[in-house]
Design a protein around this ligand. Structure first.
Ligand SMILES: Nc1nc2c(c(=O)[nH]1)N[C@H]1C(S)=C(S)[C@@H](COP(=O)(O)O)O[C@H]1N2
Ligand SMILES: [Mo]
Length: 309
């Protein structure tokens, strides 16, 4: 897999509008623009969207119908079937903990049109399948810099919406998940330019089943780190609890870096099934850090990645 750095999409040429509908339109327009570039073929296809993979994107139909979002059920088809009822407007994210500017931020404050970028990343699930998703989103580092992390902050904790009225999975005792879904990153991982808060895919607002209106995407980690429908971001000094680690600590660690050399007790991580891949592209070898070793391996220098899985 090729990982190429590309310059930002020139959103600055577009006048930002506070109006939410206009924001959506701008994102859609820019997505269409870059989608055209990306699928036009040839070297010019590399003109936008730094860090993106050049692997072909998975069809929209697969990205939106084969999901893990346990708030809407266990089966891969449940999120598509049940997430339509989720209300995502208005949306507020509480940012608190060790920051200089804590507060309740509206989605339009968090996602400034000029900051939105295109990033096509492979999502690699610990269940040994993967797909390639053309995301739109903002670098988490841009947001964190604006809220001014304190010197004592070492981790970032994330929380999904808790709303059992709209999330049927939260009304059941789903395998003992203690809702809301929570995740976390070390602050340096959160500040890495690869780490994205995604707001859209294929140039449209995020479908609810993919974590509307705001979800985390960390392309060198297993899919479960990418917490969906985020309502709270808290900077902490201690490593925060994470949902799958709380549930099955032997199977899911805090780090969850994609690592073909360390297998999950139930799934080998050496290779992966490509969702929607054609006859000749059904499986691929899994790459260390999902192809981003050059960018992120240094974050873990000196750490035993068998122990810190
Ligand atoms: N809130 C919440 N976020 C979640 C999950 C979940 O069940 N609930 N599943 C995770 C898992 S295991 C994966 S693989 C990805 C799937 O993202 P996708 O459906 O957009 O492909 O979302 C992650 N984020
Ligand atoms: Mo996953």
């Amino acid at each position: 897999m090729l990982v190429r750095r590309r310059p930002k999409v020139p959103f600055s040429e577009v006048t930002p509008q506070a109006d939410h509908l206009n924001r959506r339109a701008l994102i859609a327009a820019a997505g269409a623009m870059t989608a055209g570039a990306a699928f036009g073929g040839g070297g010019l296809a590399m003109a936008a969207g730094g860090y993106s993979t050049s692997d072909p994107p998975t069809a929209l139909e697969h990205i939106t119908s084969y999901n893990n979002f346990y708030e809407f059920g266990w089966d891969k088809g449940d999120p598509k079937a049940h997430a339509g009822a989720l209300t995502t407007h208005p949306w507020t994210v509480t940012i608190d903990g060790l920051v200089g500017k804590p507060g309740d931020y509206g989605l339009e404050d968090i996602v400034r049109p000029a900051d939105v970028q295109d990033r096509t990343y492979r999502l690699r699930c610990v269940e040994a399948w993967s797909m390639v998703i053309p995301w739109q989103g903002v670098q988490l580092s841009d947001l964190l810099a604006r809220v001014e992390p304190a010197g004592s902050a070492k981790y970032v904790a994330f929380q999904t919406l808790l709303r059992p009225e709209e999330m049927p999975g939260q009304r059941a005792l789903f395998g003992g998940i203690d809702w809301p879904y929570v995740e976390g990153l070390r602050l340096d991982e959160a500040m890495h330019p690869l780490t994205l808060l995604a707001t859209g895919l294929y140039g449209e607002d995020l479908p609810n089943q993919n974590g509307a209106p705001l979800r985390l995407v960390v392309p060198w980690k297993y899919g479960f780190k990418s917490v969906k429908s985020i309502v709270r971001i808290t900077l902490t000094e201690e490593e925060p609890p994470t949902t799958w680690n709380l549930l099955q600590p032997q199977e899911y660690g805090f780090y969850a870096n994609v690592n073909p050399a360390v297998s999950h007790p139930r799934w080998s991580q050496a290779s992966e099934r490509v969702v929607g891949g054609g006859l000749l592209a059904r499986r691929r070898d899994t790459e260390p850090f999902n192809g981003y070793a050059e960018e992120v391996a240094e974050l873990y220098a000196g750490m035993d990645l068998r122990r810190f899985y």
